[in-house]
Each structure stands twice: as C-alpha cells, then as structure tokens.
Design a protein around this ligand. Structure first.
Ligand SMILES: [Zn+2]
Length: 260
C-alpha cells in the first residue's frame, strides 16, 4: 500500500516501526516548522518514504512565511520533497488559532506551492465553507494539484468542489474514518469521487480504523481502511492498492516507483 499521509516521526510511533518486516511506504507529512528537518531526514533515510513541508493550522500562530520559503528553497533539489502542506483550516476546537490567522497562513502556503510548482495537501476540519471559498478564490494558483486529506464532508460537498475546480487536479484522501459505524455517510462521499482522484491514508498516529479505533494508529493498519474502501467501491483489496498507489504517485508527481 502507498500511504498518502502519515506522521512517522511522532514520538509515539517512531520507535514502533519495524523497518525490516513491516516497512511503511508513503508520504511523511510536515505539520509544524520546527519538525521539518526531522520529516526530511525520515524521507532521506528510507526508500519509499517521501516528504512535504507545511504548517498545520494548529500552528498558525507561529507561522513565518519567510522561514518556510527559505526552507522550501533550500530543499527544492531534493527528489523526496513532493508537496507543500499540510495546511488549511481547522475550526474544530476553540483553543485553535484565530480564524483570520489560519486563513492568511493557508493563503500564504497556497501561493508558496504555486510559486515552486508543488501540489498542495489541505487539512480542513469543521471549516468546509471557508475552505471552499479560499480554494475557489485561489483557483489560478492550484494548477499543480490539490489534495483534500482525510475527506470528512458529504457527497454533495465533494461534488460541489469538483465542479467549482473542474480544471484543477483535485484529489481526496480517505482514512480510518470510513470504517467508523456512525460515519457511514462517508461511503457516499467516496462513491461520488472519480476513481482516478481517490487516495488512501492512515494519518498515523491519528485516526486508527476499526477494529483499532482509539489506539495509536500504525502504518500497517491501512489494511482495515483498504478493506472498507474495497467494500464501498466494489473492488478487491488488490485493486484498491493499485488504484490508490497510481493516484498518489500521479498527485505527488513521483516518477520512480517506490517499494511495494
Ligand atoms: Zn496529518
């Protein structure tokens, strides 16, 4: 499986990974500026691991556009560096940075991705309307691709954005949340997205799928999400693996096929 979104450097996870027998393959996502060197070192040290540079909305208060751009420029020649993000909007809790701050930090990273011709990984939680408004306003800067990670909105929401951004390479990633019994409306969302725009992810250590829900999520738990995705899309697990791998490599513009 090619896991389109994980945080292996998380201290709860890093010591648990079995690089000999259960080697993860996918994209190590940058979420806060201080951790980016560790994110990039992770990708550098391991075949099949790629990396992104970005600042999650939870860290918007300490964002420096200059610092992030300098980091991006210093790493542009690194073939493992595949995207900008995760960035976006998160209105889930009251203690998160102010909405206006999140919005300007998001806009700054959209512009940065376009300037350096990188696809953009978007985090959006309880913030759909503002996310859509911003993506539409910045449509001209999205031509290198947009991924809505952990897509957790309705089928109608997905269809609306697909229409509004019809000429943008727009992808959606699904994780453990599609296995949650109280969230079966995500199955409808999954079904309306064109097959060539669907990615799979763990978001490990977050969002563990059933039957591991509530535990620290691990890369190998992607099998449970893949089984659920196969059921919903009426595919085999092997077909889900091939489909989501091809889509992820196309979105992230990864030219050399990574390890299985
Ligand atoms: Zn994440």
């Amino acid at each position: 499986m090619f896991d389109s979104h994980f945080h292996l450097i998380d201290p709860r996870l890093i010591t648990e990974i079995d690089w000999q027998n259960n080697r993860p393959c996918g994209v190590e996502i940058g979420a806060d500026f201080e951790s980016l060197p560790a994110v990039f070192a992770m990708a550098q040290e391991h075949d099949g691991i790629y990396c992104t540079a970005g600042v999650h909305p939870a860290y918007a208060d300490s964002y420096s556009a200059n610092d992030l751009e300098n980091f991006v420029v210093a790493n542009l020649a690194n073939p493992k560096f595949v995207a900008i993000g995760e960035c976006g909007l998160d209105y889930h809790r009251d203690d998160l940075p102010a909405r206006a701050t999140q919005q300007s930090v998001f806009a700054s990273q959209i512009t940065l991705a376009n300037k350096y011709a990188k696809p953009l990984v978007v985090h959006t939680r309880d913030a759909w309307d503002d996310t859509v408004t911003m993506l539409i306003a910045h449509k001209a800067e999205l031509q290198h691709g947009v991924l809505i990670h952990c897509m957790s909105y309705t089928a109608e929401n997905a269809q609306y954005l697909l229409r509004a951004l019809a000429d943008v390479p727009l992808y959606f990633a699904f994780g453990g949340h599609i296995t949650y019994k109280n969230k079966s409306f995500f199955h409808d969302t999954l079904r309306v997205i064109p097959r060539d725009r669907i990615l799979i992810e763990t978001d490990a250590p977050y969002l563990a799928p059933v039957p591991k829900r509530g535990e620290i999520n691990r890369p190998e738990y992607i099998q449970y999400t893949a089984r659920q995705m196969a059921l919903v899309l009426n595919l085999t697990v092997d077909e889900v693996e091939t489909l989501t791998r091809d889509n992820a490599l196309r979105f992230y513009q990864i030219k050399t096929a990574p390890l299985k």
